[in-house]
Each structure stands twice: as C-alpha cells, then as structure tokens.
Design a protein around this ligand. Sequence first.
Ligand code: ASP
Length: 327
Amino acid sequence: MLKASVRSLIAGATLALLAAGASAQGYPTRPISIVVPFAAGGPTDTVARNIADAMSKALPNSSIIVENLGGAGGTIGVAKVAKAEANGYTLLIHHIGMSTAPALYRKLTFDPLKDFEYIGLINEVPMTLLVTNNFPAGTIKDLIPYLKANKDKVSFANAGLGSASHLCGLLFMSAIETPLTTVPYKGTAPAITDLIGGQVDMLCDQTTNTTVHIKAGKVKGVAVTTPKRLETLKELPTLAESGLPGFDVSVWHAMYAPKGTPKPVVDALVKGLQAALKDPNVAKRFAELGTEPVSQDKATPEALQKHLTAEIGKWTPIIKKAGVYAD
Ligand code: ASP
C-alpha cells in the first residue's frame, strides 16, 4: 500500500517535471504579458514599455504586451502575478514598493520573498519634489516654512500606500515634521495630470515622469531626492543640501515571474532582459528620462534577490517608526 503511494508520488513528480520541461520548450510560443501595477503613462509603465519592446526583439518569436493594473499602491497587480500560472506568460515589473509593502500592509496576500522567481534589476530612478505652477511657494527655501504655516490647506498626491510617491512623501513630511493631506491615485500618471491642472498642490515622483513636464514649464520642480544634483535637472537643489540632511530616496525597478516558473524559462527571460538593457534605444530613452540601465551583473536573479532582501531590511524599521500601515 505504502509502496504503491510512493510509486504514484514519484510518477506524479516525474509528470510535473516533464510538464515543466515541455512548457519551457520553444518558449515563448504565445504573447507574454508584463503586469505593471500602476496606471498607463506613469513612470513604471514607461520603464516597462521600453523594456517590453526591446525584450520582444531579443527573445525569438515573442510579442510582449504591458497590462496596467493599478490600485492599492501596486499591491493588486503584484498579487495577480503571485497567483498566476508559473509558465512564463505572466510577468511583473515593479519598483521599490516590493520592499516596502511587507511593512506597510498588515494583510498582504503575497510574500515578495517566497512567491516569485527573480529575473533581474532594471534601473534606478531619482525622484523630484514638485508643486503646481501657481502654488504660493515655488522654491524649497519658501516651501518648508509655507507648509508648516499652512499644513491644513495643502494636498499631496501619491499613487497609494506602498507606492514610491507615497514613500517619498512620507519621508519628506516626517523630515519637516509636518503632516499634510494625502490624495491617492492609481498611479502618478493621473496624479501629475491633476498637479498640472491645479487640482492637487504637491507630488514627489520619478524623473521618468516629471522631467518632461518640468522642462515644459507645466509644473514647478522644487528639489531632487538624491544626495547629488542631476545632470538633466541641474538647476534643482537636493533636499539634502536644502536643510534635510541625509534625505536620499530613489526608485529601483525589477522583473519577476511567479514562483515555480521553469528554470529554462527563467534563463530565457534573464537573457532577454540583459539584451534589452544593452539595447542602445533603451539607454538613449532612459538617459532622456534621467535614468540608466543597470550593469549586466545586476540583471540577474541572484542580484535581485540580494537587493530585495537588503531593501526590505532597510525600509521596514523606517516605516515601522513612521507608524503608517494599511489593514
Ligand atoms: N511608479 C508609480 C507609477 O508608475 C507611481 C509611484 O510608485 O508613485 O505610477
């Protein structure tokens, strides 16, 4: 009896292995979908669409589409990929939020460290603090005292709890010890539209979304969130040099597949991602947006796993200290 069940277990395992092997054969044979857990036209979407185009040239016979699934700071889209079939046809491109969600959400329906196969890191993007054009304080020097005196009147947009804009806003408000009213969107594409229209007052967002609007004079750039000024936006001071020493936040993006995706498929995706990051069109487009592709050794499962683990370790105590969470 026992022998029979061991035999059927072995047979089952062999079948599963064969199925995994078979599903890797000739991969991909149909379109691949990359879930972006934020609205179309935003910074994560922009990065993902550039990568998807370049990867579909690099992976033989592939067509890669981007599916936008915004809401709840990105956690809805991530949960969908965590539960998707592990066959290489549903992937995820997400950002730093993968490392902040475990501290921010009491009930998270996925585990960033257990539910995914890692493909690799993509890039790191600085952020910019912005105000709407007719805001009474347009420089960082004027802004901080203005916010302290008018905190009940100012609205600060973000892409929901767990988004990069939320994290940046949280760090900024805590650095100036001034809580402001926050307004959540499904992504910073709709948030920046409202900032341009004057429906909200402030936003902190990636340069991939903001540079073009700052340069076009549609919003006012106040400061950058990195320790050094940026080549593309030289006129903007850093927050660190503007009285908030140590202020340092930038947003990294990475690619994931559901846990259990066959190794040959993961290997093919890693190769495809690495080729995309070497594509001169991607480098050119990223440079225009104030970012650059990571080096090839970072576009690997090992480098991503190490980075994600370190980032969870870095952000968890900061978020716990801020006392922000969602049920
Ligand atoms: N990166 C998000 C987006 O693409 C926004 C955010 O995380 O703040 O909309």
